[in-house]
Design a binder for this molecule. Structure first.
Ligand SMILES: [Zn+2]
Length: 105
């Protein structure tokens, strides 16, 4: 078993390649709805593919993805394609919230 914590920095390397590719596809299609913070630090998002799946997770300021659950009932100890899609969405949302690097002259 691979128990390396999934973070925004490593998820491309840690997630099964097939799930990662499918997650990227879903994200690119715009099938990941905007994540909602349902409790402090705890989020939920719907991934609408053939059916709708709900992904919930915790994330701290360092971008560690934990307590993750998806309603697809695939092996819950791994990162399914829906969780992968959500990670791409979180990454995009964080990048768009943060100001671009400021150049200090
Ligand atoms: Zn799933």
């Amino acid at each position: 078993m691979n128990d390396t914590p999934i973070t925004l920095g490593n998820f491309r390397d840690e997630i099964d390649e097939r799930n990662l590719e499918r997650g990227w596809f879903y994200f690119q299609k715009g099938w990941v709805r905007k994540p909602k913070e349902i409790l402090p630090g705890y989020f939920e998002a719907i991934v609408q593919e053939v059916s709708a799946y709900a992904v919930s997770w915790s994330m701290d300021d360092e971008g560690t993805f934990s307590d993750d659950f998806c309603t697809c009932n695939e092996n819950q100890s791994s990162v399914c394609r829906h969780k992968a899609a959500v990670l791409f969405r979180i990454e995009q949302d964080r990048e768009s919230q943060q100001p671009k690097s400021e150049h200090i002259i």
